[in-house]
Design a protein around this ligand. Structure first.
Ligand code: GDP
Length: 142
């Protein structure tokens, strides 16, 4: 399996509960390397741009309000098959439906406040990483 990179956002609910470190530790234990990391407070414009694909969904306003209410931690994760592996470790969108041991089951509150974001394809991972990290802020692939 090829080495890939994917984008993780530890969302405001998880950062507020001070579970960001535990989530990063879980990811490292699961075999991911953190190759770039930033804590930041998303502006409305940045959150709306990031979630533009969802702009016609009924929960879009709620999602943007949530993602901008307090800081997030954004990480670029690397390992073999990173996109699919991270989606697995992350768990289903709704923490109630997520498998035991997944990040969303352990740390998520509900379908909106579900602790983490993860890219859903390699193409989206590349775009999402570039949205937050200038190329010179991410270590080159080994
Ligand atoms: P993901 O790929 O598992 O994150 O799920 P989606 O791409 O479908 O949705 C993106 C994000 O929108 C989710 O992670 C949630 O934070 C939020 N979201 C999804 N469905 C709902 C919903 O029904 N209500 C609210 N408030 N937020 C939602």
């Amino acid at each position: 399996m090829a080495t890939e990179r994917t984008l993780c956002i530890i969302k405001p609910d998880a950062v507020e509960k001070k579970t960001g470190g535990a989530i990063l530790a879980l990811l490292e234990t699961a075999g991911f390397s953190v190759v770039a990391l930033e804590k930041t407070h998303l502006s409305k414009v940045v959150a709306e741009g990031f979630y533009a694909v969802h702009k016609d969904r009924p929960f879009f306003g709620e999602l943007v309000t949530f993602m901008t209410r307090s800081p997030v931690i954004i990480a670029v994760l690397e390992r073999d098959d990173a996109v699919a592996k991270y989606r697995g470790v992350m768990g289903a969108t709704d923490p109630v439906k997520a498998d035991a041991g997944t990040i969303r089951k352990l740390f998520g509150a509900n379908v909106g406040e579900n602790a983490v974001h993860g890219s859903d394809s390699l193409a989206n991972a590349k775009n999402e990483i570039a949205y937050f990290f200038a190329a010179n802020r991410v270590a080159p692939t080994a």
